[in-house]
Unconditional design. Structure first.
Length: 210
């Protein structure tokens, strides 16, 4: 069953297991958006994709703002940049908690929080998973497809490809700060193509990479 809720932030009441943030920063950047969404965009952590001040995923940092602007152009996002409204889109991170100086989580810290992310992903039950960057893509391909062992984690090649998962269609996105000529147009065209298709039939979508 799909979750039905009007809550925009942290719809399932997740409670992070630790607080290690800098003073004045949000302890965690919870999942945010439409809890009944068909599309789920997945970042790595607040230090790279933002939200330590706003509490909203994909705000503040160059990488985060680039992702939000992409989905705004695809008409998933409206409203102010730091308080957006998401329609048919849910946004969250593999590692929700803020860390001192915006540093990247260690492998152990990722492992500590991945189960919270996984529980939220199952509750949202989106059809299309859109991991942003290498760490999120590695986790999503490893946990929700059978393709991880067959693919090099080369984001330039995986960017905007369509990979069939276990009931999901996975579309990796290269971090916007690493985009080269054509990357933005390619992922926007892919999103528009999926929206124009019968994308809810993800179990029948063939794997295409390249």
């Amino acid at each position: 069953m799909k979750n039905v809720t009007d809550r925009t932030s942290n719809p399932f009441g997740m409670r992070p297991p630790f607080e290690r943030q800098d003073a004045g920063k949000q302890p965690a950047v919870f999942g945010y958006g439409d809890a009944n969404a068909d599309f789920q965009v997945i970042g790595g952590h607040p230090g790279v994709h933002g939200g330590e001040a706003t509490g909203v995923p994909f705000t503040e940092t160059d990488a985060g703002v680039g992702v939000q602007e992409l989905f705004r152009d695809a008409e998933f996002v409206t409203g102010p940049a730091n308080d957006p409204r998401l329609e048919n889109l849910f946004a969250d991170y593999i590692h929700m908690c803020s860390l001192p100086d915006g540093r990247a989580p260690t492998p152990e810290e990722y492992a500590e929080l991945e189960r919270y992310f996984d529980a939220e992903l199952r509750a949202i039950n989106a059809h299309i998973l859109l991991p942003v960057g290498e760490r999120a893509t590695d986790h999503v391909l490893g946990e929700y497809t059978t393709q991880r062992g067959k693919l090099d984690l080369e984001m330039a090649r995986l960017h905007a490809s369509e990979i069939r998962g276990r009931g999901f269609l996975v579309v990796p996105i290269r971090n916007p700060t690493e985009w080269t000529d054509g990357d933005r147009e390619t992922i926007l065209e892919t999103l528009e193509s999926i929206l124009a298709s019968d994308y809810r039939q993800t179990k029948g979508v063939a794997t295409t990479v390249g």
